[in-house]
Design a protein around this ligand. Structure first.
Ligand code: DAH
Length: 352
């Protein structure tokens, strides 16, 4: 009897330890402690044990029963905990996650990065200057005398406030050309007090004009180049413009310069690029094979003087084009209303 009890205890304990789950454990419990369970039946047999041994065997039986019950409880806890881990493990971490909506750079920002990269490759340094600017930098030092009618072409936003006795009214810069003056002044301070001036500037910035219609937004972007050095000529200008047009629009594109007038350049030009649709032959879009891109010219001696640079010693060229304009032309985008660019319309923006 004692041996049988011990053997039941051992088998039960090893079964309990091996139980795979709570259901299996319940079955094991029934198998040993249920109404017709092995231990239950054996305990009933105790009556048959001789009276002098009955007490001892009874005590052993109780011990075995307690041991089995304790082991079941312990295993129960264990399995409950394990169930949790199993459930947790069911989350397959190799499944692709749910991504939060991801944005990307605005198409104008993408264009600015690309344009900057093109100029940086040939030694231009990108700079930024104030968008809230003084009249002196935006007009006066660029050779627009006070009251000159050409100032009206720039549809300027003036800021209410006291005028500066030297720099005049405060305004939102209507073009990146104001950066030319700041760049030359900076060069005079930082580069041997003007002994040796050598500038290759790319100024990309927001510009503001009082115009809002299907082809104009009150805020837009320009990129301005300024090169100042000894012996700079129109060929340098033409070379840089060609390089830019080929890099940005495609190697088969050509540029041409046409005489024009700007206050701050002499001579001044308008720059055209061959049309990408007909390759310069002439089509419905371009009519004569050329698309107008923007202005350029040799820096006016007055502008050099106003910035403190000796026009006898130094010469330079400058160009200023619209970022949105070159972007539209390259992508062949026909946006009915340019204001869409800045309307935060995701259906539109997600296409780029
Ligand atoms: N600032 C001119 C504009 O906004 C563009 C321009 C023309 C810039 C000729 C230049 C230049 O640097 O040389 O229309």
């Amino acid at each position: 009897m004692e041996e049988e009890l011990i053997s039941i205890k051992n088998t039960a304990l090893s079964f309990i330890l091996e139980a795979e789950d709570l259901k299996n454990l319940e079955e094991i419990k029934l198998q040993f402690l249920g109404k017709s369970g092995k231990l239950t039946l054996l305990i009933k047999e105790i009556t048959k044990v001789p009276p002098e041994k009955r007490k001892e065997v009874g005590m052993l039986a109780n011990e075995v029963k307690d041991a089995i019950e304790d082991a079941i409880k312990l295993r129960q806890e264990n399995l409950k905990h394990k169930t949790k881990t199993v459930l947790r493990q069911k989350i397959d971490v190799t499944n692709p996650g749910i991504l939060p909506p991801l944005g990307h750079e605005h198409l104008v920002t993408q264009a600015i990065e690309e344009i900057s990269g093109i100029f940086e490759k040939i030694g231009f340094t990108r700079v930024t200057y104030p968008e809230v600017e003084w009249d002196w930098f935006a007009f006066e030092a660029l050779n627009f005398p006070q009251g000159h009618p050409a100032r009206d072409d720039w549809e300027t936003f003036f800021i209410k406030g006291e005028k500066d006795p030297q720099k005049g009214a405060m305004l939102l810069t209507p073009h990146t050309s104001s950066g030319q003056i700041r760049e030359m002044q900076k060069a005079l301070i930082t580069e041997n007090k003007g002994e040796e001036v050598s500038i290759r500037m790319l100024n990309v910035a927001k510009c503001y004009r009082r115009q809002s219609d299907i082809s104009h937004t009150p805020m837009f972007h320009q990129f301005e180049t300024l090169v100042i050095d000894k012996n700079i000529s129109i060929s340098h200008l033409k070379g840089v413009l060609d390089y830019f047009a080929k890099s940005y629009f495609g190697q088969n594109r050509k540029t041409r310069i046409r005489p024009y007038h700007f206050q701050f350049t002499e001579p001044s030009f308008e720059v055209d690029v061959t049309c990408g649709v007909c390759n310069g032959k002439g089509c419905k879009l371009c009519k004569e094979g050329w698309l107008e891109m923007g202005g350029a010219g040799m820096v006016h001696p007055n502008v050099l003087k106003m910035s403190g640079i000796d026009p006898e010693k130094y010469r330079g060229f400058a160009s200023g084009w619209g970022v949105e304009r070159v972007l539209m032309m390259r992508e062949g985008l026909e946006i009915d209303d340019l204001r869409l660019l800045y309307s935060n319309n995701l259906d539109f923006l997600e296409q780029f």
